[in-house]
Design a protein around this ligand. Structure first.
Ligand code: UTP
Length: 409
């Protein structure tokens, strides 16, 4: 892109300040900035003012889950179906590790966080150990393991894995890919600059994972390997069960094209997204969209109708993913702390949120699909998220849950 073209593009979106220091840059920096302007999608920035133009929610109705008693009653059948699919190489795992983990406040990628007490126990190590349990159950069939990173944490993540010998996983069955970035703006929708020649960017949410995988050529790999199901999960749940044969088997047997692991909510207002139908299709209603009526609604058994919260572990059938890969998902505008250069070109790392980042979320992919099986799991065995340093969903609470599962720390 030429300077003239860059000026035109920026003027279209009211972002002319991006070139403020252009004349001070050297040739390489100039070329890099022009390239970044060329590649950046600024079209979402106006939504900071025009939120009414974002599509609203449809009609929410309940969607029942497959509960623990039903799973127990069909355990042998589900296990057999799941293990058969895994042994046949039809199930792949996708680790979503492109986030910034700003709440945890570590400069390293979240997967490098050490939750150990008497010895190092890294988050990544826990995830690999859990996957290895399934590899053993499947008589040594390696589960193809895809890891999504972002521009900000890719090098650190890959180096960390190599340094630790992939925690015993066979690297021939691991692939890394980078997710896309989105610009980060102030409250007025003007992008921040993180350097004189660089627009501040942030990973574009975990909803773009399949498109990013496709751009990296890894959907071809999925075909080559004959993978039919992808189990997608968050990096920060240290009790995460990966490619769980029971979950895989139940989803296949149900005839659904996707599955979502869910836990029974501890309270109607617990801060987790709840499974539901939206305009008749499966969906997830975010906790901040739960109205008092939804919280009080009961199902035919007299239980709360929106009682199952998602834990960011989803199973998708690959052909259906390919049909929706180019769908525009809901845009989420999230307040964040964004490092930026001030009027004196000094880098500032803010202590509190100072603007927005723009994300698409994996949970919105469920709504694009025709069917989804909510599959209940016990939170004390499978849900130990690490979002914060202390308190709720923290290193402390995750350690406690690990201890309860007999994991040595
Ligand atoms: P979170 O929503 O907790 O975001 O991610 P985060 O960036 O890790 O943490 P905060 O909000 O800044 O504190 C849930 C999961 O989705 C992944 C994360 O790595 C985590 O596994 N994720 C999130 C991505 O892979 N990419 C993103 O752009 C955002």
């Amino acid at each position: 892109m030429t300077l003239e073209q860059a000026k035109e593009k920026l003027a279209l979106y009211g972002q002319e300040h991006v070139l403020k220091y252009y004349d001070e840059l050297n040739d390489k920096e100039k070329a890099d900035l022009l390239q970044q302007i060329d590649e950046t999608d600024f079209s979402m920035l106006h939504f900071t003012h025009d939120r009414d133009e974002l599509p609203g929610r449809g009609v929410i109705t309940p969607l029942g889950a497959m509960e623990l008693d039903e799973i127990e009653a069909n355990k042998d059948k589900f296990m057999k179906t799941g293990l058969e699919a895994i042994k046949a190489g039809k199930v792949g795992a996708v680790l979503l590790a492109g986030g910034m983990g700003t709440r945890l406040g570590s400069d390293n990628p979240k997967c490098m966080y050490d939750i150990g007490i008497t010895k190092p126990v890294y988050i990544m190590q826990r995830l690999i150990e859990n996957t290895m349990d399934v590899v053993r159950q499947a008589d040594g069939a390696w589960i193809p393991f895809f890891i999504m990173t972002s521009e900000k944490n890719h090098d650190a993540t890959t180096a960390f894995m190599k340094e630790h010998d992939y925690f015993g996983y066979d690297p021939a069955h691991i692939w890394f890919f980078k997710q896309d970035m989105a610009p980060a703006s102030d409250y007025d929708g003007k992008v921040y600059m993180e350097g004189k020649g660089r627009i501040a960017t942030s990973p574009n949410g975990n909803g773009g994972w399949f498109l990013s995988m496709s751009k990296a050529g890894l959907v071809d790999k999925v075909h080559e390997l004959g993978i039919e199901w992808l189990d997608c999960f968050a990096v920060d749940n240290v009790l995460q069960r990966i490619a769980d044969p029971l979950f895989v088997g139940a989803t296949i047997e149900s005839g659904c094209v996707s599955g979502a692991k869910v836990v029974r909510k501890v309270a109607p207002d617990e801060k987790v997204g709840a499974m539901c139908r939206e305009d008749g299709k499966p969906s997830i209603v975010e906790y901040y969209d739960m109205t008092p009526e939804l919280m009080e609604a009961k199902n035919e058994k007299g239980d709360p109708a929106y009682n199952f919260g998602v834990i960011l572990n989803y199973l998708f059938r690959v052909p259906e993913l390919e049909k929706i890969v180019n769908e525009k998902l809901t845009l989420h505008i999230v307040e964040k702390k964004i490092p930026y250069i001030d009027e004196n070109a000094q880098l500032v790392k803010p202590e509190s949120p100072n603007g927005y980042k723009f994300e698409q979320l994996i949970l919105d992919m469920i709504h694009e699909l025709d069917s989804c099986l909510p599959f209940e799991v016990r939170r004390e065995y499978e849900f130990a998220p690490i979002k914060n340093k202390t308190g709720v969903d923290s290193v402390e609470s995750a350690r406690e849950l690990c201890r309860g599962c007999g994991i040595e720390l």
